[in-house]
Design a protein around this ligand. Structure first.
Ligand SMILES: *Cc1c(COP(=O)(O)O)cnc(C)c1O
Length: 244
């Protein structure tokens, strides 16, 4: 499967070009492999090629791939919708939850982390595209949400995450990323406890250049590295939508 390595090289080149164009150093942008539905064998190829950051959307998938990948040093972030009843399980595997989007989840994470006597890195997910089908805190509520989250010492808020609008109109996609960056700047001003906010997780296979131009520090790329998935993304983004 030499293809995966070649695809990664292409993505690394795209990161470099986008960074050059926006006057940012290449090291300012981390690459996270978005590996939903990707077999562990293929993830292994990417890790052996030097990648170190994996993002999964389903607790069950993280679990089933764990044994095969555990001997290769890497970090797993959780980037999918997290049900509160899966919190204890995912904390065994993930070093960061990028999809913290509601107080019921914050409370559950806090409970479990207190039990384990530790803290954890999280990102707050913001629904910048205003699409009902996507998860994430509403931009109009993000400030009050952030203030509430800052009261929990178990959660270290390292950044914000968003999924941009799915659209061929680049300007509309860019607006989503710009909004996330603005929210970050506003929250930095507030100097909330437990917030460091060094990361902006935004940009995927189709819109990574736009995201980098708008300040992304972490892009999440799946399709452009591992090929098309057989499941539609709605399978990952719509099911089990909990009532807030
Ligand atoms: C699937 C997924 C990605 C990667 O999307 P691609 O278009 O395959 O690059 C990024 N972020 C999240 C949250 C995802 O679920």
């Amino acid at each position: 499967m030499i293809e995966i390595k070649q695809n990664i090289a292409v993505i690394r080149k795209r990161i470099l070009v986008a960074c050059n164009r926006s006057g940012r150093p290449e090291e300012a942008v981390k690459l996270l492999l978005a590996t939903k539905t990707v077999p562990a064998e293929n993830i292994r190829i990417a890790l052996e090629a030097g990648e170190t950051l994996v993002g999964e959307n389903k607790v069950q998938e993280v679990k089933s791939k764990y044994d095969f990948l555990k001997t290769i040093p890497h970090e797993t972030h959780f980037i999918g919708h997290l049900q509160t009843n899966k919190v204890a399980e995912i904390l065994k595997y993930a070093t960061c939850i990028q999809s913290v989007d509601r107080m019921s989840l914050v409370q559950k994470l806090d409970q479990q982390l207190l039990k384990e006597g530790r803290s954890m890195d999280v990102f707050l997910q913001v629904n910048t595209s205003n699409e009902a089908s996507k998860f994430g805190a509403d931009p109009s509520e993000i400030h009050s949400f952030a203030r509430e989250v800052s009261r929990y010492d178990t959660l270290k808020v390292r950044g914000l995450m968003t999924i941009g609008l799915f659209s061929a109109e680049e300007e509309k996609v860019r607006e989503c990323f710009r909004l996330l960056r603005e929210i970050k700047l506003e929250l930095v001003e507030e100097q909330l406890p437990n917030f460091t906010l060094e990361e902006l997780s935004m940009g995927m296979s189709g819109d990574m250049e736009t995201a980098i131009e708008e300040g992304a520090t972490l892009i999440r790329v799946g399709t452009a590295i591992f090929g098309q998935r057989s499941y539609p993304d709605s399978y990952y983004w719509n099911e089990d939508k909990e009532v807030r």
